[in-house]
Design a protein around this ligand. Structure first.
Ligand SMILES: Nc1ncnc2c1ncn2[C@@H]1O[C@H](COP(=O)(O)OP(=O)(O)OP(=O)(O)O)[C@@H](O)[C@H]1O
Length: 259
């Protein structure tokens, strides 16, 4: 089984014994896994499985009070600056400023990351070409379709060259063709740029045979590994069947805070 670590022993993302509760409601229960550099890993879970909670902990929106999360060896709680500059994020909710142009949206983000204007422009041009949106540079974000906005958000997430990219239900609300296009560009990034992608979804058709998967159900980690490994260990015939089996047998996460 793949260990989830690179040749130097450092994982792109290492989640160790992480639990999280909202008051008495346990949303994540002792979750541990790691993902290797330059891989595409799908975080699979039905609505309410705990995907957004996990992402909120990884991105330091919430403090990790139980367990630890490391990004390329840097613990998010202890060294948030070092950890988070290695991370690009595409949130589930739309986050572009609709009254700004594509260029303005991107250059604002570049300046937040301390990129000089020449370097920023070079990066913006290269990334817009990569997501096939070069011709929309001067257009207001408001004039873009949902799928085009997502492409711009992906370009924005990659501006500071993070080696790890997180996407939370990035294709929600998009048509089949836009979904397939976005998935294909992200998979290409893994191949050409060697970045690690952690892609959260509840849509099983977004998983490819060559992917790694982490499956959450009701706050519990119920499977992790390559698609072939998860299919084999669940005694099923496909990842769809495995996901369905795993999502319906997990006990609910406990109601108590872990001690
Ligand atoms: N702010 C909150 N307060 C209380 N409970 C919450 C809060 N946010 C999430 N939860 C609960 O925690 C559990 C996990 O929710 P979470 O949003 O992490 O799941 P998810 O897998 O991202 O679901 P979805 O696909 O619907 O976004 C759910 O039972 C949810 O009701």
């Amino acid at each position: 089984m793949r260990t989830g670590r690179g040749a130097d022993g450092v994982a792109a993302l290492d989640v160790a014994a992480v639990s999280h509760s909202y008051g008495p409601k346990r949303a994540l229960n002792d979750v541990s896994f790691s993902i290797a550099p330059a891989t595409f890993t799908v975080l699979l879970g039905l609505n309410g499985a705990g995907k957004t909670t996990l992402f909120s902990l990884i991105t330091h929106l919430y403090d990790t009070r139980h367990g630890s999360i490391r990004i390329f060896g840097h613990e998010v709680g202890r060294s948030p600056g070092e950890a988070l500059r290695r991370l690009g994020i595409v949130f589930q909710a739309r986050t572009l400023d609709l009254d700004l142009t594509v260029y303005q949206n991107l250059s604002y983000h570049a300046s937040l990351h301390g990129l000089g204007s020449t370097e920023a422009r070079r990066r913006i041009d290269a990334l817009l070409a990569q997501v096939e949106m070069s011709d929309r540079l001067r257009d207001k974000a408001r004039s873009l379709s949902g799928g085009q906005m997502r492409r711009i958000e992906i370009a924005r997430a990659l501006l500071h060259r993070p080696p790890l990219l997180l996407l939370d239900e990035a294709t929600v609300g998009l048509d089949v063709q836009s979904r397939a296009g976005i998935l294909a560009s992200i998979r290409k990034l893994v191949e050409t740029e060697g970045i690690s992608v952690f892609w959260a979804t509840h849509l099983i058709d977004e998983v490819d045979d060559g992917d790694h998967v982490v499956v959450l159900s009701q706050g519990n980690l119920v499977a992790k590994g390559s698609v072939a490994e998860v299919v084999r260990t669940t005694g099923t015939k496909s990842i769809g069947e495995a996901f369905s089996k795993l999502s319906h047998k997990a006990p609910a996460a406990g109601a108590e805070e872990p001690s």
